[in-house]
Design a protein around this ligand. Structure first.
Ligand SMILES: [Zn+2]
Ligand SMILES: [Zn+2]
Length: 357
């Protein structure tokens, strides 16, 4: 079942719409000037996946935070929008993204949202639609609440640009937000998006997504510890994109140097990521690292998931810490199938064959 912001708050939406009529009169003219999202070649019957951001929480210039673009059947869908993802969309030449699916509400999956929302005001053909988890015991805001809070936070900017100076179209700055539950959450033009529960407690609910089109499919894990439900929903998938977390990461085969190493160390101090495995009180970097590791998936655990799912291609994204390479540990743990460590702007085409560029 989907809860809809407009349905849930009819009075708010009515007031909002009434205050925006002057802007609505301009929308047709502005829409005509707006370049559309680049269409896929008509001959392409498959799914094109662009890894826009492949890091977890990070200020890395090499890797943006979480964001995966899915293009299929003329549909353009974004899964998660962490820091740097709107900029990666510009780099990919893709504008007007208006359908965003959030796996969960951690900051590295949502920080780019206000930038995408505001910077895309005139390039979207319609309002922005958001799907994602609702509230939970340790989740005071869900996706609808996030959209409401964004609307409030940017009310001054919206009012001035919509009503007073730029007269930008009112319709396109609305957010159509949905708190979702497990199941099919979106279907159009032969593309089906299915949300499934993953295990990222205490972030509950948290979801992964499976996208099916023309007999092909890709699964994005979101953040999770090893999840039997993910294995179930990934059955028969062509490509499985899975998160990975390596305690003590940059020391395990990473290439941390100079400023990047300093950044990794800084993030370790703040988040526990990159802290060496071991004993330590909860408020120490080591203790925080243990707690963070407990709600993610190690390379050894991912090897088991990949072996059970046996996709045509297994892909690591949301690599944390972002300078580590999980390949050796994944192979040592026994996964023998095709494996790709994701990088920002990597393009995976899924059709009769699966190719990586
Ligand atoms: Zn994350
Ligand atoms: Zn998370």
């Amino acid at each position: 079942m989907i809860r809809n912001f407009a349905m849930k708050h009819p009075r708010t939406c009515l007031l909002f719409l009434c205050s925006m009529l002057p802007g609505l009169l301009l929308s047709g003219r502005l829409a005509a000037q707006t370049p559309a999202v680049p269409a896929l070649p008509a001959t392409n019957q498959g799914i094109v996946v662009t890894l826009l951001g492949t890091a977890g929480p990070s200020m890395s210039q090499e890797r943006a935070e979480s964001g995966t673009l899915i293009q299929a059947g003329g549909e353009t869908l974004l899964i998660d929008c962490g820091r740097g993802v709107p900029e990666r969309l510009v780099q990919a030449g893709v504008r007007g993204v208006d359908k965003i699916f959030l796996t969960h509400l951690h900051s590295d999956h949502t920080e780019g949202l206000p930038i995408l929302w505001m910077s895309g005001w005139n390039s979207r053909s319609t309002r922005m639609s958001l799907w994602g988890p609702g509230t939970g015991p340790d989740q005071p805001t869900g996706t609808v609440g996030l959209a409401q809070a964004l609307t409030t936070a940017f009310a001054t900017n919206t009012h001035i640009r919509r009503d007073l100076v730029e007269k930008w179209p009112a319709e396109k700055i609305l957010i159509d937000a949905h708190d979702i539950e497990e199941g099919v959450v979106y279907q159009n033009k032969g593309v089906t998006v299915t949300a499934f529960r993953v295990k990222h407690d205490p972030v509950t609910p948290a979801f992964g997504y499976r996208i099916d089109y023309a007999g092909h499919s890709v699964v994005v894990s979101g953040d999770t510890r090893p999840s039997d439900n993910l294995v179930k929903f990934s059955r028969g998938a062509d490509v499985l994109i899975h998160e990975v977390f390596m305690q003590g990461g940059p020391a395990n085969g990473g290439s941390a140097t100079g400023m990047a190493a300093g950044m990794a160390a800084g993030m370790a101090a703040v988040t526990g990521m990159g802290a060496p495995a071991g004993e330590g009180p909860p408020d120490s970097a080591v203790g925080a690292g243990n707690a963070v590791a407990a709600y993610h998936t190690s390379p050894e655990e991912a090897a088991d998931i990949f072996t059970r799912v046996a996709p045509r291609l297994a892909v690591y994204s949301h690599i944390a810490p972002n300078l580590a390479d999980p390949t050796d540990r994944t192979r040592a743990a026994g996964y023998k199938g095709p494996l790709q460590v994701g990088k920002d702007m990597m393009v995976i085409t899924i059709g009769e064959s699966v190719s990586v560029k």
